[in-house]
Design a protein around this ligand. Sequence first.
Ligand code: CAA
Length: 291
Amino acid sequence: MEIQKIGVIGAGQMGNGIAHVLAMAGYNVLLNDISQEALDKGLDTVRKNMERQVSREKMTQEDMDSALARISPTLTLTDLGQTDLVIEAATEKEAVKTAIFQELVPHLQEHTILTSNTSSISITRLASGTDRPERFMGFHFMNPVPVMQLVELIRGIATDKPTYDACLQVVEKLGKTAASAEDFPAFIVNRILMPMINEAVYTLYEGVGTVKSIDQSMKLGANHPMGPLELADFIGLDTCLAIMNVLHDGLADTKYRPCPLLTKYVEAGWLGRKTGRGFYDYRRDEPVPTR
Ligand code: CAA
């Protein structure tokens, strides 16, 4: 089966990036969110990121115009029933994702593949609440989607081979690289990345380093493009905490204990870049460490 039309649920940080790369690769995209404001904001981000690519001569104005024309926004979730593949990129909360699938599933075509961009929730559990566990899998992009080369493909216990192969073909058409991960908490990237970020927060909590010295150490000492605290702000501290909780609960090992300082930042609503404050304060021109 050739995938031509793809539905993307959620026009936020991940969803708009996914719509961007799919449209650029020639797919017709139906982009869904719950408010017109969220859709407008998502499409605006896609336009700005494409404009940047045009100005850097990574794509032509003509390609940008035709890619944008391939993205159709919709407030009606059930419109996505007409697509060949659905990628859910809504909020990282299991109850939200489950409710979306429950509403959508009765409207899907028989052949439609259902996937989730979840960064850590069990694919097998999400699939079991649908009518098609064999045509359900994890399709996990990295942030920022237009820049990052990797997509994790996660098979649930019931996912069949044609479903996996069809998703792999999409990844290849995007010019990205797939890594196949088994369905265990947080898969591969976040299983390794989040404990490192959590350890950086412990390093700050215990006073071993400051925000600046910790980030500088990992940038200059380990050649990471961003320091771990800067990266945590970029991902969102609520997401980082949610993933640590999935690891802690799912693997029952104290080495995944979320740092109390990470919890405190989330309780304060200091969630990183998206709220203007996290380990750095972004409300002025230059980010200033908050500790
Ligand atoms: N959207 C689209 N394009 C973007 C972008 C965005 N948000 N941010 C940067 N870019 C593009 C720029 O246009 C530029 O493109 P060209 O090379 O074509 O000119 C390129 O990325 C580099 O950007 P900059 O020169 O402005 O900035 P930089 O060199 O500092 O790189 C970065 C920015 C690519 C984000 C880099 O800092 C980086 O790789 N950081 C680490 C990102 C990372 O680890 N992501 C994974 C997070 S974990 C995850 O996503 C999994 C999860 O489930 C939580």
